[in-house]
Each structure stands twice: as C-alpha cells, then as structure tokens.
Write a protein that binds this ligand. Structure first.
Ligand SMILES: Cc1cc2nc3c(=O)[nH]c(=O)nc-3n(C[C@H](O)[C@H](O)[C@H](O)COP(=O)(O)OP(=O)(O)OC[C@H]3O[C@@H](n4cnc5c(N)ncnc54)[C@H](O)[C@@H]3O)c2cc1C
Length: 692
C-alpha cells in the first residue's frame, strides 16, 4: 500500500510540532510528510527582541527545519493555493511555473502576517516586528542612529536620531522597548557626543495599562520599572500617522524620532484569505478536533486557526504555547483517523506568561504564581533556553547570554548605504519634504496626493510657485546638477512618494539614456524655464487671485459611481467637454475630458474580450486614476498657470481651499493668457504717431 501523503503548509511552532509528532508516531512506509515553508528555518519569536537589542545573534533564534525534522521532506517553495475540492496544493516551483501536488491530508499552519497598513505612513516609516529580517534590520537601524547622533552637530538632530518610538505595549512592544533602551543607554559610554540623558525611548499604547494580558500587579511593576529605566509611557494614546519626522498622536502632538517600531496590526495570510471556508475575524474555524469546518482531510492549527479550547470553551489564544500544543494534538488526531480510532478535542490549560522588560528584569505568571524582578528574569531566560527547539540552539543562546552579562553589547553593523536604496515615504498635509538650500538626497515620484513647490526670495515672503500631482517627480534638477534644492517642496494633501537614493539615481540616470533624456527635459520643462524667460508675466500673475478668472462649475457633476455609459452621454452634452468627478463627501476625486475618454477606450481595447466584459456598466472609479491636479481659491493665478504649463493641460478644477477640496469652479489657460496680453499692452508706453 502507498504511504499516506500529509502536506503541512507553514514552518512555525504549530507546523514543526505537528510534523515532529506525526513522524514519531508513523513510519516512512506508512506516511510521507511534506512540510512547505517560505523560510528554511523556524523563528523562535520570543527571542526576536533579544536579536534587535544585540544580546543574541540572529542565527541563535532561528533553527533550520531540515535539521530539526529528520524524516520530514522540507521544501521552501511558497504555497499559492489550496484546492480543497480536488485535495491538491499549488506551489511556485521557483522557475516561474505552478506545480500541483495531491495530498491525503493537508494542515494549514501558516500563522499571521504583520499589517502596518492600519495606520497611514507606518508601512513607509516604521519597522514591523514579526520575522527575523525585521529584528536584524531594527538592530542595524538602532546602531546606525547612534553613529548618526555622534556625527550630528545640531542638538535637535542628535535628539531625533536618539529618539525611538514603539507603538503597542503588548508582549512584543514591551520586550522590544526594554531591549532598545538597554542597548542604547548601555552603549552611550562608547560615544563622545551624547549621554544617557539624550536618549528617548517612548512606548505608545492605546489602553490605560501596558501588558493587558498579565495580572494588574505585574503590569504596574513592569510600568514602574520601565519608567525608572528611562522609558516614557504614553498611555491612552493612539498613533494616527507615521512620517519621516516621527509619529503623529491622536491628541494632535507630533512625537519626533528617527526610529518607529510598530508591534500592532496583524493580517491574515493570503493563502488563508483565498480559502472559501467558514472563518471568524479572518481565522479559519475548526471543529474541536481541529479539522476545518465542513472538511474531512483538511486541518488548521496555530495563529491562522480559530479553535475552541475544550478546557474552558474559549477561543485558544494566538500564542506559541497554544500553537505547539495544537500541532501535537492535531498530529495525534490524524494518527487516530488513520487507525480508525475516535479523535479528541483540543484541550490545554495555559501554563503562564513571561515577559522580559529590560535591565535584567521580567514579570512572570506561572501556574497561578506571580513573580517579578530579577528572579522572574532568570526564570524567563531558563524557560526559553529550555524551550528552544535543538541543543545546538540552546548552547548558542546560552553562550550569547553569558557573553552579554560579562561584556558590552556588539555595536558593529553592516553599513547599508541608504543612498543606494529605493523606498516609500508618507507625508501629512503641511509637512516639508525638502527645503530650499538643502542638499539633494533623493529623487521622488508622487504615487498619491499633491505637493506644492515654494520659492523664497530675499525681498518677499515664501511663495507657492507650482503644484505637482500623481505621477510627477521632483529632485532631479538638484541631483543632476549636483547642487542644493532651488525650491522647497511641501505636502499639500496626504502624500505617498516613491523615493530613489542619490547614488542609485545617478547609476540609473547614467546607464539608462532614455531616462536621462526624460530627466533633462523635465529640468527645463514648462513653468521653470518659461518664467525665467518671462519674469514680467510672473510678477503680474503672482498678484492675481484665482477668483478673478473663475468659470462656473459644469452643469453636470459626475460621481465615482457614475457608469461609463452615463459619463459618455454627459461629455456629449457638455459644451466645454470638461467634467468633474466627486467622491461620496462631494470632494473632488478626478476629472474627465475627451482626452481621458480616448485613453480609457485605448486601454480597454488591449485587454482580452473575456476580461473586458460589458464596459458600459463599469464605474468611473474602476476606469479613472483619482487625484487629478487642482488648485485652490487661496492660490495665485501663477500657481494655476505653472500647473497647466507643467502638465501640458489647458484647464484646471478649482477647489474651495487646500483643507476643503470641494470644487467651486474651473480656471482656463486661455483666459489667463488673454488677461496677461491685455496687461502687457496697457503697460507699454503709447507709440509715437508716425506722420504720413
Ligand atoms: C515578537 C513576538 C514575540 C512573541 N513572543 C511570544 C511569547 O513569548 N510566547 C508565546 O507563546 N508566543 C509569542 N509570540 C506569538 C507566537 O510567536 C505565535 O503565536 C506563533 O509563532 C504562532 O505559530 P504558528 O505556527 O501559527 O505561526 P508562525 O510561527 O508565524 O509560522 C508560520 C509559518 O508559515 C510560513 N508560511 C506562511 N505562508 C506560507 C505559504 N504560503 N507557503 C509556505 N509557508 C508559509 C511562514 O513562513 C512561517 O514559517 C510572539 C510573537 C512575536 C511576533
């Protein structure tokens, strides 16, 4: 008889324990076990904070799966889909082809993913704290900030480099805050330009107490100890946005700091999202024995599963402790099924909680006993040393910890050159992206939102001279000319940018001729060059308000929900052929003119008839790109002219104000040119009459 094939998707606590237990119960001739995990190692999450704080090396907290699981076929291909109806998995074979594999039983144990997208700007500016790469990058960042602080001559900048903000004060937030605080403060003696007092570590938490999972007495102990160690607690406070400067709080304050760590926000893994099975807040619902509801040969365990614990009839907590026990018991249930024996429901009494808070201190709740301080810290280390999956890891971590007690923490870091990187950045309305006179560090492309270009002059105040929108770019002039920025750039709305570091930009610009030509053309493009040649018209338009050129709004306003068929009719009826599209709050969402119409048709024409379907019923929100460029009543006519010149367009929507983007009318280039010509004619001295 062929051996039964059991496929495990995942390589964490639950999957490893499942595969280990099953292998110990069934011989290879009875059962083939294939474990698919994206990484070839299991991450021991409780020690990630120690990796970030440089008290252990990264490899000590990651155990290679194939060495841990003899007799299990370990594969690193990413599983793309599980087809429950045909009992097959589909995975990427690494060469671009999808391979299908039949199973007799499948176990979904792919955990949860971090999701920084829940707070604007976090994805761009914060470190997640879930996988090994996060911990390694965070450690690099901490040491890099200390080096930058040492070099900074400005005291505010030095403080910014030495300010660390941790969002979320659950177990991982508290542990990582404690480790950062310990690493930075204990290392100040190796630097000459800053002291312990310059270091700021802030823990931002939405509730009134940290560590909501542990007993009130222990929480209070942890808070007091951490505050004494220099950590600032911002309780009952929420982070609402993250930017290059730091974190904006719900009370309007801006907490500045170069390093933001976000420990909140989880997302369901895409493979689980794609499964059409009963779910509870995204997690897969299982029967008490841990089979996926409605399935006979599919199981779900660990953080991706919603399992009721028969011990207290409550959903099992998403922790390593539970994931391991679920893995073991699910394996025993598979064995029972293969032997035609009755299965058993998942039942487990949690053993307790342990949390290290830094400075050789911890809090622990073990079998109902509360312990805190140094003894709890020793217990924490002892328990996790014992729980590490292999003896080689235990010895490695043990040696690292002993080293950490006797010697200072390691401050070496592999210098990753930020000028070689391409990153994302998020700015709130009003934030400066760069200021006039600063050295150029990045080339930026606007992915979302609008920015304004400002110019200082020795004789007058700073003035907005142009606006840029989605798809526009800036920074190329200063980078190509190797000179400081000639203008400042400020976010007009919430802005998301794609940024390319100066060294990477130079490489692309020098080796890729079409890109260089595009940039050179952009430097001498539209408004910049035009005003240089026509300074009189610039002076004239600066003093003209937009209101004096305002045309009324089109008679018909479209919405994002308007269908393509209705939009075509509206364009046909429009005398000017220009229409505005509003969102649900009546704010400007986009524009539509005949040119856009042709572009939409051209785009649709290249898609296959099957995907195209009946396009007349498609909504504008599916067809148009939002965030068109616009000007506000408070802008000058110069800004409107510059925007039209830069974008080679002849009209622009006008909104009430930058803060209130509800449209109030349109402005046309033609009207501005006419007024300019009239003014110029008036300013000319009358010509002398020529005698006939
Ligand atoms: C910083 C931190 C500290 C923690 N501290 C503790 C603690 O002290 N005590 C405690 O009990 N719990 C702790 N936890 C929680 C604990 O780590 C999780 O509950 C536990 O890891 C869940 O195990 P799991 O097997 O379900 O998922 P995970 O351990 O997350 O493993 C999921 C695996 O699936 C793989 N995978 C995902 N999708 C695919 C795919 N499509 N194809 C192939 N492979 C895939 C991933 O690569 C990963 O290896 C901590 C968590 C974090 C982040």
């Amino acid at each position: 008889m062929n051996p039964v094939r059991v496929v495990v998707v995942g390589g964490g606590f639950a999957a490893v324990q499942f595969a280990k237990t099953l292998r110990s119960k069934l011989r290879a001739s009875e059962c083939d076990i294939l474990l698919f995990s994206r990484e070839n190692h299991m991450v021991f999450h409780p020690l990630l904070a120690d990796v970030a704080g440089a008290s252990i090396n990264a490899d000590a907290a990651a155990a290679p799966l194939r060495q841990m699981l003899p007799g299990v076929e370990c594969r690193t291909e990413r599983v793309q889909r599980i087809d429950l109806s045909s009992s097959e998995i589909e995975f990427d074979d690494g060469n671009g082809a999808l391979t299908r594999l039949h199973y007799d039983h499948v176990v979904v144990a792919c955990g949860a993913e971090s999701n920084l997208g829940i707070i604007p700007g976090m994805t761009d500016h914060a470190f997640a704290f879930k996988v090994m790469r996060d911990a390694i990058e965070l450690r690099q960042q901490i040491v890099r900030q200390m080096e930058s602080a040492e070099a900074a001559t400005d005291s505010n900048l030095r403080r910014w480099h030495l300010s660390f903000i941790i969002v979320g004060a659950g177990f991982s937030g508290v542990e990582v805050a404690g480790e950062i605080n310990e690493l930075v403060r204990s290392s100040t003696r190796f630097y000459r330009n800053f002291r312990k007092e310059d270091v700021i570590v802030s823990l931002v938490h939405s509730q009134d107490q940290i560590l909501p999972e542990v007993a009130p007495k222990l929480r209070e102990f942890a808070r007091k100890k951490m505050e004494k160690a220099g950590i600032t607690m911002l309780l009952n406070t929420r982070a609402v946005a993250a930017t290059h400067e730091g974190v904006e709080l719900n009370d309007g304050r801006m907490l500045t700091g170069a390093t933001v760590v976000c420990t909140i926000g989880t997302a369901i893994s895409p493979i689980v999202q794609a499964l059409d099975v009963p779910k509870e807040r995204g997690r897969i619902r299982t029967t008490p024995e841990m089979r996926i509801e409605g399935q006979t040969n599919a199981w779900a365990i660990g953080d991706c599963a919603y399992i009721i614990n028969a011990f207290d009839n409550k959903p099992a907590a998403p922790t390593g402790q539970f994931a391991e026990r679920q893995g073991r018991q699910a394996a025993l249930n598979v064995v029972r099924i293969l032997k035609a024996e009755p299965t058993q429901p998942f039942r487990f009494k949690a053993l307790g909680q342990l949390c290290s808070i830094g400075g050789y201190q911890a809090v622990a709740e073990m079998l109902g006993v509360h312990i805190s301080g140094f003894v709890a810290w020793l217990l924490w280390r002892g328990v996790y040393l014992f729980k590490l999956p292999t003896w080689s890891r235990r010895i490695k971590v043990g040696l690292d910890w002993s080293w950490d007690v006797l010697f200072p923490r390691d401050l070496s870091f592999l210098n990753t050159d930020t000028t070689q990187q391409a990153t994302h950045a998020y700015y709130r309305p009003g934030d400066f992206i760069h200021r006039q006179g600063e050295l150029a560090r990045v080339f930026s492309i606007i992915e979302e939102g609008q920015v304004e270009v400002l110019q200082n002059s020795p004789t007058a105040d700073t003035k907005v001279v142009a606006v840029l929108g989605q798809g526009d770019f800036f920074g190329e002039g200063a980078l190509l000319g190797n000179r400081p920025h000639e203008t400042s750039i400020r976010a007009r709305s919430a802005v998301r940018l794609r940024q390319v570091g100066s060294a990477l930009f130079s490489q692309i610009a020098s080796s890729f001729t079409p890109f260089r030509e595009l940039l050179v053309r952009a430097v001498t493009r539209g408004s910049g060059d035009f005003w240089r040649r026509l300074p009189i018209s610039k002076a004239m338009l600066e003093g003209e308000s937009i209101a004096s050129f305002l045309d009324p709004l089109p008679a018909q306003l479209l919405t994002k929900e308007t269908t393509f068929a209705d939009a075509i009719n509206a364009l046909n009826e429009s005398p000017t052929g220009t229409l505005l599209v509003l969102d649900e709050k009546q704010r400007l969402w986009g524009t539509l003119d005949r040119g856009d119409l042709y572009q939409i048709i051209a785009r649709i024409a290249v898609t296959s008839a099957e995907t195209r379907g009946d396009i007349t019923h498609l909504k504008l929100s599916d067809l148009l790109i939002p965030n068109s460029i616009y000007v506000a009543l408070e802008d000058s006519a110069l800004v409107a002219s510059a925007a039209m010149l830069d974008h080679a367009i002849t009209w622009l929507p006008v909104v009430k104000s930058k803060a209130d983007p509800r449209p109030v009318g349109l402005i046309r280039g033609e009207k501005i040119s006419k007024r300019m010509i009239e003014r110029m004619a008036q300013s000319q001295p009358p010509r002398a009459q020529v005698a006939s």
